[in-house]
Write a new protein. Structure first.
Length: 218
């Protein structure tokens, strides 16, 4: 799996960080305050987008035309910020894997739909921020994670061609996006993606429920 690999590109939420529960709380509170339940496909729909595009989508989907995207983003971040600062941690084995890849001379990049305001304090507290050579968010590329743009930009920044990179992702749309760019993909199991687990197993190069499983391949 990792033969001839020189670059590792990692998603954060649900992949490196055990943070899906934060957004579950945010979605329930935000939509509940406006009289809506959270639709089954909502999380999967907005996860590849980034905050600004997710806000536009949410306004259109729920008819919140009296609200502005920037206000939705501000409200979401306000609800999530304390959790990220104090409670969100890495998934078991993720920190040791990242450190080991760095020590082996891999070029590491983050490719995320999240925002630096949220995840930078978490990565610093978890003592892994220093291992990443570059960070790319979806707001910095033209299209969301349904397309390979963010992974291609991450690969460009760490100067490693796609065929020598391995992308770590948890949601099916992002996995498809990375595969369409010619990247190998390790799918990391996360609760929010269990409904698509069978299809994710089929399209990814490797499916793991824990980073500890990777010791076999290293």
């Amino acid at each position: 799996m990792f033969k001839n690999t020189k670059g590792i590109i990692l998603d954060l939420d649900g992949t490196v960080l055990d943070s899906s529960w934060v957004w579950d709380k945010v979605d329930v509170k935000f939509l509940g305050d406006r009289g809506f339940d959270v639709p089954e496909d909502y999380v999967e729909s907005i996860s590849p987008m980034g905050a600004q595009k997710a806000a536009v989508y949410t306004i259109e989907r729920f008819g919140l035309h009296n609200e502005k995207p920037k206000d939705l983003v501000r409200e979401w971040f306000r609800m999530a910020k304390t959790e990220y600062r104090d409670k969100v941690i890495c998934k078991p084995g993720a920190k040791s894997f990242i450190k080991r890849m760095y020590e082996r001379g891999m070029n590491l990049a983050i490719a995320t739909s999240s925002d630096r305001e949220l995840f930078i304090p978490t990565l610093r507290r978890e003592n892994i921020l220093q291992y990443f050579h570059s960070i790319v968010t979806v707001d910095e590329v033209e299209r969301g994670k349904s397309f390979p743009d963010i992974y291609e930009e991450a690969a460009r920044r760490i100067a490693v061609p796609a065929e020598q990179c391995v992308v770590f992702e948890d949601i099916i749309t992002a996995i498809k996006g990375a595969k369409s760019g010619g990247f190998k993909v390790v799918a990391v199991e996360d609760e929010k993606s269990l409904c698509n687990a069978e299809q994710i197993r089929e399209i990814s190069d490797l499916y793991i429920s824990s980073y500890h499983q990777l010791h076999t391949y290293l």
